[in-house]
Design a protein around this ligand. Structure first.
Ligand SMILES: *[C@@H]1O[C@H](CO)[C@@H](O)[C@H](O)[C@H]1NC(C)=O
Ligand SMILES: *[C@@H]1O[C@H](CO)[C@@H](O)[C@H](O)[C@H]1NC(C)=O
Length: 293
């Protein structure tokens, strides 16, 4: 039984098709939609991403998405436990219980800190494009998800500003410097960027840690099927492009991570962490492109 939200979403297929056709005719993202079609933008992004994924994905590689075709983006295909959301509980005392987030170790793979790269600078442009598009889609889907819960991003960012999910990964220090700008309704980041050899292992390992985080958090059925399952595909797509930039055929073994198991609203924390990490990655690619011009 598809969830109500997903049934609603299928009616948006019409708008996808109309939108995609108009877009292809050259109207691009400037296309003015009536405000009642606000969710449209997310779904248009979704279909454009699908087109990118299906046209750019070589078969048989490590990071190939489990399902890269058709309407899985909006249709349910995975059951997750039901779970009550914790919003409106943010006045509760701030608990922190840091636990290990164990990562998978695959035999024969180097640890991410020891990978031997053959940098492929020419692929930076594509990787940047994918990071930018998926970041936009994650932000958009997060806003949609909150709207569906009667919440809003700027309010929730403020309400939960004292809480931290404290996910450990190579970009965690930089995550602290990603700021939410109320006027923009968006996150911004400026920071130093090292060489390709320094940055790529950190990008790759952080994406892998995020994927493990999403396997650890229990999303409720609707949140998972209507919103968050897309994020995992976005991780795979970014990972695939990052490996190409690094000139690697295989992923690496990430170190174990850790996170705050007592975080008050894990779904929200994970969504914000994802937007922040992708914001950093987009910025890094942009600077790496400039460095390597
Ligand atoms: C979020 O809520 C605040 C306070 O209620 C309001 O001022 C703001 O306009 C809302 N933003 C959106 C995008 O709905
Ligand atoms: C870790 O391994 C399990 C079991 O093989 C698998 O189901 C899961 O998808 C893996 N997770 C990641 C992030 O690779």
């Amino acid at each position: 039984m598809p969830h109500a939200c997903c049934k609603g979403a299928t009616s948006r297929v019409y708008w996808w098709v109309v939108g995609a056709i108009r877009w292809l005719l050259g109207n691009g993202f400037e296309l003015q939609q009536p405000t009642s079609q606000a969710p449209f933008r997310c779904w248009l992004l979704g279909i454009l991403l699908l087109l990118t994924i299906t046209t750019s994905w070589p078969t048989g590689t490590f990071a190939a998405p489990r399902r890269a075709r058709g309407l899985h983006l909006i249709l349910p295909h995975r059951n997750h436990h039901h779970r009550q959301l914790h919003h409106h509980q943010h006045t509760r005392s701030i608990e922190t219980t840091i636990v290990t987030l164990k990562t998978n170790q695959t035999e024969g793979r180097d640890t991410c800190t020891a990978i031997k790269m053959t940098p492929n600078i020419a692929h930076l442009q594509v990787a940047h494009e994918v990071a930018k598009n998926t970041r936009e889609a994650v932000l958009c889907l997060t806003k949609e998800w909150l709207k569906d819960l009667g919440q809003n991003l700027s309010q929730d960012i403020k309400a939960y500003s004292k809480h931290t999910l404290a996910v450990r990964h190579p970009l965690d220090e930089e995550v602290k410097n990603v700021k939410f700008q109320d006027e923009l309704g968006d996150f911004v980041y400026e920071g130093k960027v090292g060489t390709l050899e320094e940055e790529m292992p950190a990008i790759i390992e952080s994406l892998m840690v995020l994927e493990h985080l999403y396997e650890t958090i229990e999303f409720n059925h609707k949140s998972w099927n209507c919103f968050f399952n897309n994020f995992v595909h976005f991780f795979h797509h970014n990972m695939h492009e990052a490996l190409k930039v690094a000139g690697l055929n295989d992923a690496c073994n990430p170190r174990n991570s850790a996170y705050n198991k007592a975080y008050i609203w894990p779904e929200f924390g994970a969504a914000v962490e994802t937007i922040k990490v992708l914001t950093i990655i987009e910025h890094k690619y942009e600077q790496l492109i400039k460095q390597n011009l």
